[in-house]
Write a new protein. Structure first.
Length: 132
């Protein structure tokens, strides 16, 4: 006879929740790579995740876009409070500038240097570029 487990089964997260958790983790990884993952910055990520949860509930087809949108939200919030992020590691000369998220509304978002026209990394993978 097998012992019964009286605890209820753990609910499986929805596709939206999985996408939001993954986006949170990837954006936090980029913030940590840039050494800017302070408590108030992490709060910016949480604010964006909450906003994008509501947004994707209104437009379920948009769930595939939450990673890029959360990265852009955090980038915009950091610009307002601290300045440009993430700074471009490609361009050594000239004025420091931030990377852009491309596509602006699409799947598989990347950090791109608009000046040099190159893909720097996927969102969530800046550690491989900035950690050098």
């Amino acid at each position: 006879m097998e012992p019964s487990d009286p605890s209820p089964p753990t609910p499986v997260p929805s596709g939206l929740e999985r996408a939001l958790h993954a986006a949170r983790a990837l954006v936090l990884a980029d913030l940590m790579a840039g050494r800017v993952a302070e408590a108030d910055v992490v709060s910016m990520v949480e604010d964006s995740v909450a906003h994008r949860r509501w947004w994707a509930e209104q437009w379920p087809e948009g769930v595939d876009y939450v990673l890029g949108l959360i990265a852009q939200d955090v980038q915009d919030a950091l610009l307002e409070k601290y300045g440009r992020w993430p700074l471009c590691p490609v361009c050594a000369a000239g004025e420091p500038h931030a990377l852009d998220v491309e596509p602006e509304l699409g799947t598989d978002p990347h950090w791109v240097c608009g000046k040099a026209g190159v893909v720097v990394s996927s969102v969530g993978a800046l550690g491989g570029v900035l950690g050098r």
